[in-house]
Design a protein around this ligand. Sequence first.
Ligand code: SAM
Length: 374
Amino acid sequence: LIEIKEGKVSLLVPNPKDYEKNGKFDPSWAPVFYNPRMKLNRDISVLIVSVIKPKSIIDALSASGIRGLRYYIEVGGVEKLILNDKNPLATELIRKNIEKNKVEAQITTRDANSLLYEVKAEFVDIDPFGSPSPFILSSINSVINKGYVAFTATDLSALECSSKSSARRKYDLICDKLSFSKEAGIRGLIAKVIRESAILEKAAYPVFSFYFDYYYRVVFRVESGAKKADNLLSKQGYYYECPKCGLREASEYLEKKKCPKCGIDMKKYGPAWLGTLWEKDFVEKMRDKLNDFSYLDNYFTINKLLDIIIKESKYDNPYYRIDILSSYLKRNIPKREYIIKCLGSASVTHFDYRGIKSDKGMDEVNECIKKLTS
Ligand code: SAM
């Protein structure tokens, strides 16, 4: 074991040196999982928990205990903390880590699904290997009315539809990979959570979503009520995109669509969530709270990310890829800020540095590209 520091927590984790193969190390090779590449995910999660201020937390897939420990120490006000992992080596390590940090917590060595049908909390964290799908129903069951559930997903090949069969298996997606696949993917995940919640007559409202590096993180407020669930279900649909000119449409139904301009089959993606990815109020509270976390190494990165998200959250339409539209038009690629200025109501997006978000249609974006490259 080695001792590391993350946020305000000192943590014992497996020494990477002991598990190297040919001088390389992957966190999944160690007996207990700790991945430094997920630090930003955890930092933002601490900020999110500081907005929610939950009295009870379940860190259902806890590994070293890092998330739950960080929420307890860096946010405070947590009266009941459950740290769970089915791997006994993990819970043994969690025990050492809670003693080290003088934290009071319940440690359980259970299958997360069976645990989540027995205990309730105001905030439930699901941070799995790969897809969160196996844990959606149980975590939604476990959260109290008006509580929150956060999911990490690292299976972007399924969600972006690079792998159609796993997209279908894990998320019921009938899909092709679209030009805005990074946003389609997070919307596919959200739609899945909304449908699973609806089974339990609960409504899962996405309050904060983001993509970074190789993963998605989405946070939901969960409210009881069949009618509310029905309302959310009605905001699912399918995206269509022409592979030749980039024209896109959204519709409630899955159909075989031809591009009205080119006459060829359009690509499709869904069921996807067509509503907002961010609740304005929630993001503003995150912005205000961020000042309390200036000690984080990622403080400036988070500040920048929130800046972009506040701008792009005005637009529910998926982003346009300026490089792709320019290539369809056989033009050079104009600078993003010029396109944004030309369109008037548009913004950058955190999903893709080549993307812009706007409430304007493709024709208007194309007009701007032409104007700027003439
Ligand atoms: N949350 C941790 C962090 O931020 O460092 C990382 C969690 S790791 C990605 C996923 C953990 O889930 C592993 O420690 C694994 O043992 C545990 N796990 C996988 N399936 C489980 C299940 N069905 N029930 C409980 N734990 C499970």
